[in-house]
Write a protein that binds this ligand. Structure first.
Ligand code: ADP
Ligand code: MG
Length: 462
């Protein structure tokens, strides 16, 4: 009995450590705004890199032609063929391949040869060998862009670690690999996945001002006025604005609810001390946080019996499994039983212990979704669209404008409970009235289709 109490005590402690009451979320919102300003003021001014994208023109609907895009930056590698006629996307074809694990820590030439060969097969099943095509390259890692079609890798995230790639122009490396494979395709837009998502979101709805990804990792971008990008004096664009890639996964604030399990998780990763926000929110990490909690319970109590060996192996509990545990609505939690047995090799445990496991998964999910909501409100606040500065921006109260945030990613799209928690937190932070003016709009394949559209915008400009 005392040992059951120990497990419950650990649960309570974890729950308290993860607490995100509205007051705390508002502190996170304000910290996000402060860091956004700092990151825009100078390079290295904040953990938020606030990277220039050189995307100052989003697709307008006047694009035409056949474009390709590839999306590299997480679990899968995706290729798209997009045909745009008179401004509407009429056909698109998609192929998705898992990235072989060994390619995520080999050399950049090996990775890009794999990409080029796959793209060659893909292109040649559709188009003639010699047709010249523009390629949108979605590369979802922090990149210091030199132009809309070139930029060097700042560092890897999400478990990638290819030593000889940091500092290199990834578009040039890919162009070289494409040339080596004899493909007449060239990168005309090198974009972050958030930027592709924003491009497609904006294409469908002009009120779209920001984009958020919550998948394997998490990140956001938004449209900033060039005169607010202080670190780049004299930046001139036709639109007066530019998309800024926040790299918000690396956001950090003392107001974030950090637990000892977050510290253990950080220690297991290749990018220690980085991507702190991402490690509390995104798909690669949520299951692992829950596993660390369950493992400690197994060590300090007997609730999982003495055969819970798998609980000691990092990353055995994936986030889709965590989601399935949380979403099991059968009265006897039979799905939880099955997952624990099949995936974690935990023999049959009593219902009350299965409930404990569900609760752990719930706490991890809730904190993640609510922190993501706070991040979104941070962007809205920076843009003066959170309802708090309506009068100062010349708009009278009671006439709020509509704001659309494009959003995608496997976690957001595949996990309804996560979505519900996020939506609910938005209302808690913004209030019912303002929250009604904010639309989160899911873009399907936005990062890919959007990148192809940006490739179109920037190939016709040449
Ligand atoms: P990326 O484009 O970065 O590879 P995705 O947007 O495809 O990522 O999302 C993949 C991630 O989403 C996976 O890491 C996984 O953890 C998470 N995910 C996918 N499906 C689900 C689901 N049904 N429930 C919870 N998480 C999911
Ligand atoms: Mg993605």
């Amino acid at each position: 009995r005392a040992r059951w109490r120990r497990a419950v005590a650990l649960l309570r402690e974890f729950e308290e450590g993860c607490a995100t009451p509205p007051a705390r979320l508002r502190q996170v919102v304000d910290a996000m705004v402060v860091e956004m300003h700092a990151g825009l003021a100078s390079d290295g001014g904040s953990k938020l890199k606030m990277l220039l994208t050189y995307v100052d023109a989003l697709p307008t609907g006047n694009e035409d032609g056949i474009y390709y895009s590839i999306d590299l930056g997480g679990t899968n590698f995706r290729m798209l063929r997009v045909e745009v006629v008179a401004g509407s996307v009429v056909t698109s074809r998609k192929v998705e391949l898992p990235i072989p694990e060994e390619l995520t820590n080999g050399t950049i030439e090996e990775l890009f040869s794999f990409v080029a060969m796959a793209l060659k097969d893909f292109v040649e099943t559709e188009d003639g060998k010699d047709d010249h095509r523009a390629l949108g390259f979605t590369f979802s890692f922090p990149v210091k862009q030199a132009s809309v079609s070139s930029g060097s890798l700042i560092r890897w995230t999400k478990g990638f670690s290819i030593g000889n790639a940091v500092g290199k122009d990834v578009a040039q490396c890919l162009n070289e690999a494409l040339a080596r494979s004899g493909l007449n395709v060239q990168v005309t837009a090198l974009v972050n996945d958030t930027v592709g998502t924003l491009a497609l979101g904006h294409y469908h709805d002009e009120d779209t001002v920001a984009a958020v990804i919550i998948g394997a990792g998490t990140n956001a971008c938004y449209i900033e006025r060039t005169d607010a990008i202080i670190k780049c004096q004299g930046l001139l664009t036709n639109s007066g604005g530019m998309v800024v890639n926040m790299e918000w996964g690396n956001f950090w604030s003392s107001h974030l609810p950090r637990t000892p399990y977050d510290i253990s998780l950080d220690d297991e990763t290749q990018n220690r001390n980085d991507q702190g926000f991402e490690k509390m929110i995104s798909g690669i990490y949520l299951g692992e946080i829950a596993r660390l909690v369950l493992h400690r319970m197994a060590l300090e109590s007997d609730v999982f019996g003495d055969r819970a060996d798998n609980l000691s192996i990092p990353f055995t509990l994936s986030t889709p499994l965590l989601a399935a545990i949380r979403e099991d609505d059968s009265p006897d939690l039979s799905e939880v039983r099955r997952i624990l047995q099949e995936h974690m090799k935990i023999p049959d445990i009593p219902l009350k212990t299965r409930r404990l496991v569900v609760k752990v998964c719930d706490i991890v999910t809730r904190r993640a979704a609510r922190l993501a909501a706070a991040g979104i409100v941070g962007i809205l606040k920076k843009l003066g669209r959170d309802g708090s500065s309506m009068s100062s921006s010349g708009r009278t109260r009671g006439q709020p404008r509509r704001t659309v945030v494009a959003i995608e990613g496997g976690l957001y799209q595949g996990y309804p409970v996560f979505r519900e928690y996020l939506d609910k937190a938005l209302v808690e932070i913004l209030g019912e009235e303002v929250a009604q003016t904010v639309v989160l709009r899911v873009t399907e394949d936005g990062s890919g289709v959007g990148a192809a559209l940006l490739a179109a915008v920037h190939s016709s400009n040449r």
